[in-house]
Ligand binder design. Structure first.
Ligand SMILES: Cc1ncc(C[n+]2csc(CCOP(=O)(O)OP(=O)(O)O)c2C)c(N)n1
Ligand SMILES: [Mg+2]
Length: 330
């Protein structure tokens, strides 16, 4: 049986369109950054799209997703409106966080997309807290938590793994191992090297490592993981998705710590190219259909850009809303 044997045309259309939407959305956001329309930080997910698109759509509406600052892919895969995401990147009031969060703080409570967190590893204890809430309410929702290889060296990672396992909480830990944390290779920052999934062993959490740039592998593994975690008292699972980010850590990164050869070699694994080839070779999608989908995605992204450009900045009066403390204004 081939990997495409169970792939329906409609599913192929959805997976391809979603991955391409994320890619084109981020390419457009890079252009907007260069034009000064987007300021602050901008971390793209280019090269890693198969992880979010393979995993997130397998969840139910009452499940939760939480992510790190490289969050555009997870938010769009969860169904966030690209217009509201682009407006947020541009700091506009129509953005999902009112234009006050920016690229690293996308948020959509209705869709149970709980951010966008800039502190490396900061989302891990939050995911565990959310899962504890689910368990205490005796619900069967699950929490899918995305984080990078850099987060594994944080104390919070170990605290989160410990409590999630001890209390048998419904968390799917989705490690996106792209081999770098900013400019530092994982072999230079982690005792134990690049194969991280063994870090789940001391906490008795079942763990696997997969090719995170192969969307079919992501779907197969995550589907099984969700099923297990949803069982009462099963506890968490840990999925290490091996990937590579094609661009720098952020727009401010000239990326001169990686050899051009290495990047070129990794680009052969491009998840979108591989999936397109797979669908065409298995006669699931034709060249014409692919071209049509490409055009549709381009139109969505252009609409998002126009919406963001034409949206107003937040009002001065918004300065003091959605913050913890009420400032004393004299
Ligand atoms: C607690 C904390 N320490 C340091 C930083 C600075 N910082 C931002 S991103 C990053 C690298 C994280 O890499 P990784 O978790 O592998 O995610 P990736 O960027 O590769 O997706 C660091 C060190 C931070 N934001 N938070
Ligand atoms: Mg990394």
């Amino acid at each position: 049986m081939t990997v495409t044997a169970n792939l329906e045309k409609q599913q192929a259309v959805e997976l391809y369109s979603k991955m391409l939407l994320i890619r084109r959305f981020e390419e457009e956001s890079e252009r907007l950054y260069r034009r000064g329309m987007i300021r602050g930080f901008l971390h793209t997910y280019i090269g890693e799209e198969a992880i979010a698109v393979g995993a997130v759509p397998l969840l139910r509406d009452d499940d939760y997703v939480i992510s790190h600052y490289r969050d555009h892919g997870h938010a769009l895969a969860r169904g966030m409106d690209p217009k509201s995401a682009m407006a947020e990147l541009c700091g506009k009031s129509t953005g999902c966080s009112g234009g006050k969060g920016g690229s690293m703080h996308l948020f959509d409570v209705e869709k149970h997309f709980m951010g966008g967190h800039a502190i490396v590893g900061g989302q891990l204890p939050l995911a565990v807290g959310m899962a504890l809430g689910i368990k205490q309410q005796e619900l069967d929702s699950v929490v899918m938590c995305f984080f990078g290889d850099g987060a594994v060296n944080e104390g919070e990672f170990h605290e989160a793994m410990n409590l999630a396992s001890l209390w048998k909480l419904p968390v799917i830990f989705m490690l996106e191992n792209n081999l770098y944390g900013m400019g530092t290779g994982v072999n230079r920052s982690r005792a134990g090297g690049a194969n991280i999934y063994g870090a789940a062993d001391p906490y008795l959490i079942p763990a696997v490592q997969i090719d995170g740039m192969d969307i079919m592998a992501v779907i197969e593994t995550v589907k099984e993981g969700i099923q297990k975690v949803r069982e009462k008292d099963h506890g968490p699972v840990f999925i290490e998705c091996m990937a590579y980010r094609f661009h720098g850590h952020s727009m401010a990164d000239p990326s001169n710590y990686r050899e051009t050869e290495e990047v070129k070699e990794q680009m052969v694994r491009d998840p979108i190219d591989r999936f397109r080839t797979l669908c065409m070779e298995a006669n699931i999608l034709s060249q014409e259909e692919i071209s049509e989908l490409d055009e549709q995605v381009d139109a969505i992204v252009q609409e998002a850009r126009e919406f963001a450009e034409n949206s107003p900045e937040p009002n001065e009066s918004d300065l003091y809303s959605h913050i913890y403390a009420s400032p004393e204004v004299n």
